[in-house]
Structures are given as C-alpha cells and as structure tokens.
Ligand binder design. Structure first.
Ligand SMILES: Cc1cc2nc3c(=O)[nH]c(=O)nc-3n(C[C@H](O)[C@H](O)[C@H](O)COP(=O)(O)OP(=O)(O)OC[C@H]3O[C@@H](n4cnc5c(N)ncnc54)[C@H](O)[C@@H]3O)c2cc1C
Length: 448
C-alpha cells in the first residue's frame, strides 16, 4: 500500500470508525488514533470503538421519515457501521435499537480485521506532519489539548462548547387565525410569525413553564450558559416578567385582530426557504420533549403545533462549520484536514456516521484524484451537508436530520397531502442519491 497517502483519523467513535472503514475500502491506509482508555471522556464508559454514550437507539427506520431516509441512504452507500447496527439490532418497534456492546464489538472486529487499518491508543494533541491527510472525528467531548489546538488554528470564535437548540414547528400545524405575520416596528418584509398572548394566557403559560420538568444536566454539563443563549425556562425562573422583556417581548408589534399591542408575543422565524417550518425564536431549552410539547402548545396559535425538532442544550464542542468548512468537510485554509461527526456540526448518532462516511468519500476522491460531482441537496445526506457548510443562520446550531432541511418539491407536488409529501421527498432523495452513487461509481469496492 502507498503509505505516502496515509490518513490519520482522530477518534474511534461513530464518525471516525466509519471514516476509517470507508477510507480502507477505497485502498487508503489508515491510522485510527483513540485516546481511550489512556484518557477517558466524561461520558464514555469503556475502550471499545463506536460507543453509544447514552441511548442505544439510532432512531426510527420506519419510512417515510427523515431519520429513516438517512438510514436508507447509508444502506445504499453500504455504510459499514449501519451494517453493524442491523446485525446487532434489538426489538424496539420502529426504532433501530442495538445491543450496544455487540454493536461496538462488531465495529471492532471490522477495524481489526481490515489490514489497511491500524488502531493506535494515543491522545492526539495537535495535527502534525505524520500523515499527509487527517480526519478530525474527536466528537463533542474532544480532549482539551486538541480542542485548544483547533481553536488556535481556526480561531476561538469558530469553536462552540455548548449547543443551544430551539424547537422547530411545522407551519401547517399553526393556527392561522391567531398567528399573525409581521416584523417588529414594521421593519423588513414581515416574515416572522407572531403568537400574541393576553395577560391571562401569559400567566398560565408562565406558571406551566416554571413548573415543567427539565432534564438534569450531567456533572460535566454544569450550567455555563451564555447570557444571550439562556434556556427559556431559566429566563422564566428570573421572574414573572423576565420573558416579556426577553424572547416574548411585544414591543413594536400590533395584533391585526385587536389593533393593539399584545401582552407578550412568541416569535417564529422561517427555518427554510419553503416556509413550511418555523424556528421558535429564543426557545432553546432543557425541558423534556414531552414537556416541550405540553407547555409550548399553550402558546396561542400553537395549540396543535407539530414539532419537527425539539429544543436541547448540551455540552458539545463543535465548529462554526459554515465559517470554517468547505462543502467537502475539509478545513478552509488547511484543506488536508477533514472534520467529521459531531465536531463538524451534526447532531446525533446516525448523523455522525453519515458525516464520517461523507468526509471519507471526499478525502478518498481527493487522494485518488477523481473528484465527485456535488452531492444532491435533495437527499438527506446532501441536505445535511448543505445546512452544515452553507447555513446563513445568525447562530449556527448543530444539525440533526429533519424534514425542514430539504428543498421544496416541484410545483406539481406542492398541493399533495402531508403524508404523501414525506413519501415524495423520500422517493426523490433515494432516486437522486442512487444517481449520484452510480455516476461517481461509489460502491464498486466492497467493504470488509
Ligand atoms: C453525553 C452525550 C449523550 C448523547 N446522547 C445521544 C443520544 O442518545 N442519541 C444520539 O443520537 N446522539 C447523542 N449524543 C450526540 C452524538 O450523537 C454522540 O456524541 C456521538 O457519539 C457523536 O459521534 P462522534 O463520532 O462525533 O464522537 P464520539 O462517538 O464521541 O467519538 C469521538 C472519539 O474521539 C476520542 N477522542 C477525543 N479526543 C481525542 C484525542 N485528542 N485523541 C484521540 N482520541 C480522541 C474519544 O475518546 C471518542 O472515542 C450525545 C452526546 C453526548 C455528549
């Protein structure tokens, strides 16, 4: 094997293990560096690769849904880790849940059984000249030394240490008799959806919010929130009117139904160009999902809101990807270094496998001198990479699979029923990805 084209991969987690096996399958020798068990993270329990640190579920594989679609696409790409997941699957309804120990052991067997992969137990503290190419897949709990090296390389402002994710709701689940569209002080084009509260409605909502059940942070997730990104329930905990002077401030907004300024206003910002999904402005939260559904549905106009994504806040080291990554997931200015997994700005187990796979494909194409055509944005993987690398949001939050990421359907399909829309998005995605795979001759080499 040509060692001059070797790749060093940092982290034998989900993304790093997937990237190692994909690179190896394309004839590229890989050294996979893993710091465990010499240095543990606060969440990992052992030294096996691809450890699932919390739930043992890779979410739904029941089509049509965004999560299931991503799995179908990884199947088309013949993802080695997805194969390991299916071979260690447990009964869990529509979820792809696995026996976590058996899953990690299956990944370990693939890695150790592949002559192109060497596993080295070492903490990487900086990226040096040992390999001409690198993949950084050190995860959300990356060691301090390496995260300091990254901050020094891309700039401290391009590295986040916590995520703060606000829920996304579907536009067609909002009550159009209550939600009015306007911008504060009539500035701009009136793109915000506004949920007007009366004083009584606000009082009920406030009481429910402060009493709602929030997730208890783990010891290493001690609350070090940025003032500008506080969980909505923490703001509420500062006093009855704190939200009315914060994310629910009504100033500059007149409800056309009453001709008056509401007592408080919840704002919804467009999440995608289709306008079929809205982000709840300032509603990053640690409430349990069931509580988010119950309490946020008390917001006027959101009584039947359907959530495309729930809010969350975690300790999570990740890059401000749109500022520092190219569409092939390599660092701008250091293009021999690719970034994958949670560190590149995705959120979730399957998503981490997916970006690990994609980074390895792009790296292999670079090394082999055969560039790929752009991945279609209509497929789940392409839509996610697009959001990660090209998002124009003011605050870049990690990207988990959801239907708001996909471009609109063709005009003739826009009027079809919601359930059929999901079906149409999935069908289009699989067709387009299959075309991309065969055009770029991607699965011609078998994985070991
Ligand atoms: C506490 C917690 C719970 C989570 N729960 C879920 C969940 O239930 N469901 C879900 O879908 N997602 C969850 N996530 C989010 C995410 O999906 C997982 O963190 C996922 O494991 C990320 O995959 P990864 O490959 O990017 O990182 P990891 O799987 O964490 O792999 C990174 C690897 O890099 C190693 N490493 C770090 N620094 C170095 C270094 N300097 N040198 C060498 N090795 C290094 C680590 O030891 C680790 O093995 C959770 C995240 C956290 C932090």
């Amino acid at each position: 094997m040509d060692r001059s084209a070797s790749v060093g991969i940092v982290g034998a987690g989900l993304a790093g293990s997937e990237a190692a096996l994909v690179c190896a399958s394309r004839g590229i020798p890989v050294t996979l560096y893993e710091m465990r068990p010499l240095r543990m993270t606060p969440a990992h329990a052992g030294d096996l690769p691809a450890e699932l640190v919390c739930s043992n579920s890779l979410k739904s594989d029941c089509m049509p849904s965004a999560h299931a679609l991503l799995k179908k696409e990884l199947e088309l790409l013949r993802s080695p880790l997805l194969e390991c997941a299916y071979s260690t699957r447990l009964k869990a309804g529509s979820a792809l849940a696995v026996d976590r120990q058996a899953f990690s052991n299956a990944v370990l067997a693939r890695l150790t059984g592949n002559p192109a992969v060497s596993i080295v137990r070492r903490e990487i503290i900086e990226i040096g000249p040992e390999h001409p190419f690198w993949v950084l897949a050190a995860g959300p709990l990356i060691s301090e030394a390496l995260s300091a090296w990254i901050a020094g390389t891309v700039g401290a402002a391009a590295l986040h240490f916590y995520d703060a994710i606000a829920p996304i709701v579907r536009a067609d689940s909002l009550d159009s008799n209550k939600v009015f569209f306007a911008s504060r002080w009539q500035e701009g084009t009136g793109d915000y959806g506004n949920c007007p509260f009366t004083e009584e409605e606000y009082g009920r909502f406030y009481a429910a919010l402060v009493a709602a059940d929030a997730l208890t942070p783990r010891p290493f997730e001690e609350a070090r929130f940025f003032e500008g990104c506080l969980p909505v329930e923490v703001i509420a905990g500062r006093g009855r009117d704190a939200l009315r002077f914060g994310p629910l401030r009504p100033v500059g907004l007149i409800d056309p139904a009453t001709g008056k300024r509401p007592f408080a206003v919840g704002q919804l910002r467009r999440e995608n160009s289709n306008g079929d999904c809205y982000n709840m402005v300032g509603f990053q939260t640690r409430l349990r999902m069931s509580e988010q559904k119950r309490v946020f549905r008390m917001i006027p106009g959101m009584e039947r809101a359907e959530f495309e994504r729930f809010g969350s806040i975690h300790r999570n080291t990740y890059l401000n990807a749109p500022d520092v990554l190219s569409p092939d997931l390599s660092l701008r200015g250091r293009s021999n270094i690719f970034v994958a997994g949670q560190l590149c700005g995705n959120e979730g187990y399957t998503e981490s496998i997916a970006t690990g796979h994609f980074a390895a494909l792009m790296l292999a194409a670079r090394i082999n001198g055969i560039p790929f055509s752009d991945i279609p944005q209509t497929c789940a993987l392409g839509a996610m990479i697009n959001k990660i690398t090209l998002s124009r949001d003011d605050y870049f939050a990690p990207v988990g699979m959801n239907l708001s990421l996909f471009p609109p359907l063709d005009e003739d399909k826009k009027k079809i029923a919601k359930s059929q829309k999901k079906e149409a998005i999935c069908t289009r995605a699989l067709q387009d990805l299959s075309g991309w795979i065969s055009h770029n001759n991607i699965t011609s080499k078998p994985y070991q």
